[in-house]
Design a protein around this ligand. Structure first.
Ligand code: SF4
Ligand code: SF4
Length: 373
């Protein structure tokens, strides 16, 4: 089973540019890999500029500057300006605490189109505890004001889980207070650090149902004021989400060292090898690399998905989750109610959410970072 497609794929819509894995926060659900890439491995400014040139030539429309925390890179403004100059839509995904008013102004002047600011909780002390960063909440609130004062549209990114889900109404109120135009209420996903902390993060089914009611009521109440994106936790779902819009269909992710991934968790799949930019052309990697071809389209699918009418709707769900739960990335995502492993997933969620949550294992470098040159 090769998963090869006979024709060249459509170009990707969006690219996540992980400029760095460095971050002052230590969120226990961080989607970065457990083995974080180091500063010494990061692409330099010239290499990133080349990557954006290649992305624009390939047909990418949107670049999301991410990390880690992308504002630790002093060349962020230059990279935003370069991407904007190529006609790419530019979005900054940030925890906000390293911004100041002048820098927000420089980013806006460089052509930044949008900012997505993360928040850990509406309660300042809890927000700082969950993110592992004292004083972070206060600085995020300041950052939000600078972002709006610079005329930049703001999305509040609110990962929710068992330890902040009871504050969801207050988190939504905070988004309105901060003059966000959109809120992303995303139940955390269990990959990377989230998988490591799953027992501390998993909500109960009753919490999930209540959160869904809160979102639906707020969506109606705040129509015309705040737009909602709502991501439900896979473990309680009936059908999987179309992870990344389908493997190698709409999205690519560049790690700080230039590895090109179909999704940010793809490195958890052990038998895939990922090629790097800028030494190999991005278009070549997108179209021909074995890692992108492995689960692209429907040829790779197990019988359950291959004969299912939803196969080109959800594309069989998430490969990384299939691996994490079944031990085989080529299985149907167990978030699907048709999967023979679905009951295991639900039982796991109910068992973990029914116990006292263990202490967080905060995100950190697994080996100390070498001293900077
Ligand atoms: S999830 Fe937390 S630790 Fe991970 S990059 Fe974002 S702010 Fe940093
Ligand atoms: S069987 Fe496969 S294609 Fe069908 S709904 Fe489940 S995951 Fe999707």
């Amino acid at each position: 089973m090769t998963g090869k497609t006979s024709t060249a794929p459509e170009p990707p819509l969006a690219m996540l540019a992980e400029l760095t894995h460095r971050c002052p926060f230590s969120c226990p659900y961080c989607s970065n890999p457990l083995d974080l890439e180091r500063r010494s491995q990061e692409l330099d400014t010239a290499a990133w500029r080349e990557v954006f040139d290649q992305a624009a030539a390939l047909g990418v429309l949107q670049v999301h500057f991410s990390g880690g925390e992308p504002t630790v890179r002093p060349d962020l403004e230059e990279l935003v300006e370069h991407a904007a100059g190529l006609g790419l839509y530019t979005n900054l995904i940030t925890a906000g605490v390293l911004l100041d008013e002048a820098r927000v102004g420089r980013l806006a002047a460089a052509g930044l189109d949008h900012v997505q600011l993360s928040i850990q909780d509406s309660d300042p002390a809890e927000s700082d505890r969950i993110g592992g960063y004292q004083g972070g909440y206060r600085r995020k609130i300041e950052a939000a004001a600078w972002i709006r004062a610079a005329g930049l549209p703001l999305t509040l990114n609110a990962p929710v889980h068992r330890q902040n889900i009871e504050h969801l109404e207050a988190i939504i109120d905070l988004a309105v207070e901060l003059d966000a135009e959109r809120i992303e209420v995303a139940h955390v996903q269990y990959y990377g650090w989230g998988l490591k902390n799953r027992a501390a993060l998993m909500p109960t089914r009753a919490q999930l149902e209540r959160a869904t009611e809160v979102v639906e009521a707020a969506r109606a109440r705040l129509k015309g004021i705040l737009v909602f994106d709502y991501v439900v936790p896979d473990y309680y779902a009936h059908r999987p989400k179309a992870c990344m819009g389908g493997w190698g269909r709409q999205f690519l992710n560049i790690t700080p060292s230039g590895k090109v991934l179909p999704c940010h968790a793809a490195e958890t799949i052990p038998d895939l090898e990922f090629e790097r930019v800028p030494e190999r052309d991005l278009a070549e990697i997108w179209e021909n690399s074995p890692a992108f071809q492995r689960f692209r389209g429907t040829d790779w699918m197990p019988e359950l998905c291959a004969s299912c009418e939803r196969r080109e709707i959800d594309w069989g769900g998430c490969r990384c989750q299939a691996l994490a739960i079944t031990g085989d990335a080529a299985q149907t995502d167990p978030a699907c109610g048709l999967s023979p492993r679905h009951a295991d997933l639900v039982a796991l969620a109910e068992a973990e959410s029914g116990r006292e949550p263990p202490a967080f294992q905060y995100r950190r470098m697994t080996r100390p970072e070498p001293a900077e040159a």
